[in-house]
Write a protein that binds this ligand. Structure first.
Ligand code: NAD
Length: 493
């Protein structure tokens, strides 16, 4: 059922518009605000307080003041808060889904998928919170004892991107709460509303004041700058583009901060001639079109064995041609708009350059006229191996297909990128799966699977795609620090 304007307005009116500092929603210290737009219409849908450097400092003050008590709070209490938040988000799943569709553009069905995926981080880390094991052992010399315990890192700055407004926040807040860290969350300016509602739910679930502070605003660096320089901060966890990640790593060096960096990707999608072609096309649609291609895990380069390239490209283009672009709140919509006009121009520039270099637009290849920032789902055939579109994150609904002859060549092409986040491999040969997976330099490999993100799995990349992992057993370790206590020989005279 298509959503009514009244329902949209009621939901938007329920979202807090202030900065969350020390458990209270406040105006910005200078009274400043910024607007949030619906990318399907270009219209303003909300106006939020825009944090100043002073507000950012107040948020860190609150996080710092709450840290000692929060670290001593029993793990079971922290776990129960996460679990309650998980239940509350389940109850309000439709609100969260609609809010993401309104501020980010993804079709409602996809937004519901993100609610399910993003919320799992709260459940997963509520379970991890009480299983944070240390160890006790005797030294190899047989005399002294070694006690190892985990402690929370301390106040964290969490910076999230616009493309997955709920999941990117829960993937950081979940483990930070579980480990006993306090936080300043800085959501992306383009899609801050979901974080506002999420923070309200965390308070409702019983999170004490000051543990989670949320400061959105016009200027990212005005918010993050003073926090990064402050000696009370202990960690920065960032998800976003590689250039900003590099800058934050440099800034983090001054304060010797712990860092987690979830950065850009350039995922290869490798299809061997022995693959089940229909399953490969289905996987390609999921790996390319989730989030309109605006995902760090989005398949960015389709490397297809030359013997099947024509058939794969034809079937893939047919499936892309069946998609229905439209505002995400409409029932018929299966592809939303891109996030803004600049993003759409960037995508079109990459497509035009590839076509000039000899690629063929088998379908799509153009922006869609009218309201919003829509781009036609596009498959490019015969893309030359050195085309720019194969080296840059496309972040749009565009699939460039290029070919290879041998397994070695496929591995070489896959690794010919500065990025190393997600990769996809379609073959029915399990020995080949192991051979290729061992040789490709990517943090994640989807084997006959187009979607691999899961709260129970360690998400993250190598090379310029980042440092650290989110989710899985690894996720909580990013927010813990190890303390070793050396105990003198209890038998010594
Ligand atoms: P971005 O780097 O422009 O922004 C990310 C966040 O950083 C935003 O909150 C932004 O306000 C903030 N920011 C920007 N400049 C900053 C600065 N100088 N100091 C401090 N903060 C700053 O990225 P984006 O456009 O929001 O997101 C898209 C990028 O994120 C893509 O490269 C995508 O691959 C990446 N991404 C990675 C993952 C992952 O898990 N590896 C997940 C989602 C998105």
């Amino acid at each position: 059922m298509t959503i009514s304007p009244e329902r949209e307005a009621a939901l938007l009116a329920s979202v807090p518009t202030g900065l969350l500092i020390d458990g209270e929603w406040r105006d910005a210290s200078d009274g400043g605000t910024f607007d949030v737009h619906d990318p399907a219409t270009g219209k303003v849908i909300a106006t939020l307080a825009s944090a100043t450097s002073e507000d950012a400092k107040a948020a860190l003050d609150a996080a710092d003041a709450a840290q000692a008590d929060w670290a001593r709070t029993p793990a079971r209490v922290r776990s129960d808060i996460l679990r309650r938040a998980f239940e509350l988000i389940n109850e309000r799943a439709e609100d969260f889904a609609l809010l993401m569709t309104l501020e980010m553009g993804k079709p409602l069905a996809e937004a519901r998928g993100e609610v399910a995926y993003g919320n799992e981080f709260l459940r997963w880390f509520s379970e991890e919170a009480v299983r944070d094991y240390g160890r006790y052992l005797t030294t190899p010399e047989g005399k002294n004892k070694i006690l190892v315990q985990n402690k929370p890192v301390g106040p964290c700055l969490l910076i999230t991107p616009w493309n997955f407004p709920l999941a990117m926040a829960t993937r950081k807040v979940g483990p930070a709460v579980a480990a006993g860290c306090t936080m300043v969350l800085k959501p992306a300016k383009l899609t801050p509303l979901t974080s506002q509602l999420f923070a309200a739910v965390m308070l409702e679930a019983g999170l004490p004041a000051g543990v989670l502070n949320v400061v959105s605003g016009n200027s990212a660096s005005a918010i993050s700058g003073p926090i990064m320089k402050d000696r009370r901060l202990r960690k920065v966890s960032f998800t976003g583009s590689t250039p900003v990640g590099r800058q934050l790593l440099k800034d983090a060096a001054d304060n010797v901060l712990r860092t987690s960096m979830e950065l850009g990707g350039n995922a290869p999608f490798i299809v061997f001639e022995d693959a089940d072609l229909d399953k490969a096309v289905e996987g390609a649609m999921a790996a390319k079109m989730r989030n309109m291609g605006e995902a760090c895990t989005a398949a960015n380069r389709f490397l297809v064995q030359d013997t099947i390239a024509e058939e794969f490209t034809r079937k893939f283009a047919e499936a892309m041609g069946r998609l229905k672009p439209g505002r995400g709140t409409e029932d018929s919509s299966t592809v939303g708009p891109l996030i803004d006009g600049g993003a759409r121009d960037d995508v079109h520039q990459l497509v035009s350059a590839a076509v000039s270099a000899g690629a063929e637009a088998v379908c799509g290849g153009e922006p869609i006229d009218g309201d919003g920032y829509f781009y036609a789902p596009t498959v490019l055939g015969n893309v030359p191996n050195d085309a720019a579109i194969l080296n840059e994150e496309i972040f749009g609904p565009v699939a460039p297909v290029t070919t290879f002859e041998t397994e070695e060549q496929a591995i070489r092409l896959a690794n010919a990128s500065e990025y190393g986040l997600a990769s996809y491999l379609f073959t029915q040969d399990y020995a080949r799966m192991f051979r290729v997976a061992e040789q490709i330099e990517f943090g994640m490999v989807g084997f006959n699977a187009g979607v691999i993100s899961n709260a129970a799995a360690p998400f993250g990349g190598v090379k310029q795609s980042g440092l650290g992992r989110e989710g899985g057993a690894e996720g909580i370790a990013e927010y813990s620090t190890v303390q070793y206590i050396g105990i003198a020989d209890p038998y010594a005279e």
